[in-house]
Design a protein around this ligand. Structure first.
Ligand code: SAM
Length: 248
């Protein structure tokens, strides 16, 4: 997968060179390029913002540098992926569609993502409208809160998508069994020692009965989801439950 990130703070994306995603980049599973938006400014101050039409607080990112940057990124990508390739532009925004595990899985099947990181009060809407004349554009929010910039959101999106790419995780079963893979939260997990500070691992996990372990994990997953995220239970598939679950 090719991933381009456009930002005024390229250094903010340095963690993508570390750990799991860093190894995927080194191996070429993710072809990562981080671009400095200010490279595409034309004035001596390298200006990327201006005051909003109609008034209002703060500054807005102005279209010309964004247009030039996205054109350049598209041209570069097409050189490596082919002239017919088109990116999917993901614009980080608290006003975007909610980014969740299902979205991450859909994006992991795509060949080319371009992530746009806003700053100030965000990006002039025409940048999205113009890009949408050539390829898909999706504003994405990583949660119902407001960050100072899109870089932290881009890190979240690249990591959540990147770890789903084939070969990135050592154990492919991890992504099937974890929180949100089936719409629910994962059951509590334990490792050695079996007793720590007078706290014992639940006996069922050390008993060797795989059927009982699976049932316990399923029950605990439901219990935890009901307690911490009841909103998820409403959206879980009906075949996820049986009559016994009603007693939990
Ligand atoms: N005025 C914008 C609004 O109310 O929708 C908020 C702008 S925010 C201060 C600056 C930038 O941070 C945004 O352009 C976006 O790139 C990023 N950002 C902030 N919160 C985000 C979130 N929850 N998800 C994704 N990006 C976010």
């Amino acid at each position: 997968m090719r991933v381009d990130v456009v930002t005024v703070f390229p250094d903010y994306l340095a963690p993508l060179r570390l750990s799991l995603i860093g190894r995927a980049v080194e191996r070429g599973t993710i072809d990562l390029a981080v671009h400095d938006l200010r490279t595409h400014t034309t004035d001596v101050h390298r200006t990327v913002d201006d005051s909003p039409f109609g008034g209002g607080a703060g500054m807005l990112m102005t279209p010309p540098p964004w247009g030039a940057a996205l054109d350049a990124v598209r041209a570069q990508g097409q050189q490596s992926l082919g002239a017919d390739a088109e990116p999917h532009l993901l614009v980080m925004s608290p006003a975007g569609h909610r980014f969740d595990q299902a979205t991450a899985a859909r994006l992991a099947a795509e060949p080319w993502l371009v992530l746009a990181c806003g700053r100030y009060e965000g990006i002039d809407e025409r940048v999205l409208d113009d890009a949408a004349r050539r390829h898909r554009v999706t504003p994405l929010s990583i949660g119902d809160y407001v960050l100072a910039g899109g870089e932290a959101a881009a890190l979240v999106v690249v990591e959540a998508v990147g770890r789903l790419l084939p070969g990135v995780l050592g154990n492919a079963a991890s992504v099937v069994e974890e929180s949100h893979s089936d719409g629910l939260l994962e059951a509590p997990s334990y490792t050695r020692p079996a007793t720590w500070r007078d706290l014992d691992v639940p006996a069922v996990l050390t008993g060797g009965d795989h059927g009982k372990v699976a049932r316990w994990r399923r029950d605990e997953s439901l219990r935890r989801t009901a307690e911490r995220r009841p909103d998820l239970l409403a959206g879980a598939p009906a075949d996820r439950f049986d009559r016994r679950d009603l007693e939990l």
